[in-house]
Design a protein around this ligand. Structure first.
Ligand SMILES: [Zn+2]
Length: 126
């Protein structure tokens, strides 16, 4: 393979995952815990969750047939979601992810509450 230092890494490589289309139904499936279908056929396996810029999340995925990498961008928390989490914390409850549902607890990430499955921050933890 010839290396070209000026070119960016090829689309779909680990350093340059292909963004999945920003579709609500795709996000809904992800929140429901369903496996996502690859745009190239096959299924997408979750490789890891990252916190994105501005409080959103990034889900890194790999197609199990082509081995191409994809990334699902998860939108940042809405004011209503932040308020819901704040209410739960103030009531002494362990906050749950407003998107994944009551069984998915949020984790403290630095000074924020974040969902381990979507990478989204839902407000300050202190
Ligand atoms: Zn979540």
């Amino acid at each position: 393979m010839v290396k070209n230092s000026e070119a960016s890494p090829p689309a779909g490589s680990p350093l340059n995952p292909i963004p999945l289309p920003k579709e609500r139904k795709l996000l809904r499936r992800y929140y429901a815990g369903e496996r996502l279908r690859s745009p190239l056929g096959g299924q997408l396996d979750v490789l890891g969750i990252r916190e994105g810029e501005g409080g959103g999340g990034r889900v890194l995925l790999e197609c199990n047939t082509s081995s191409l990498r994809f990334v699902l961008m998860v939108p940042r928390a809405s004011k209503a979601e932040v308020a819901k989490v704040k209410e739960a914390v103030e009531a002494g409850e362990e906050p749950a992810c407003p998107r994944h549902g009551p069984y998915q607890r949020l984790a403290r990430s630095g000074r924020r509450w974040a969902c381990p499955l979507c990478g989204v921050s839902f407000g300050k933890s202190i």
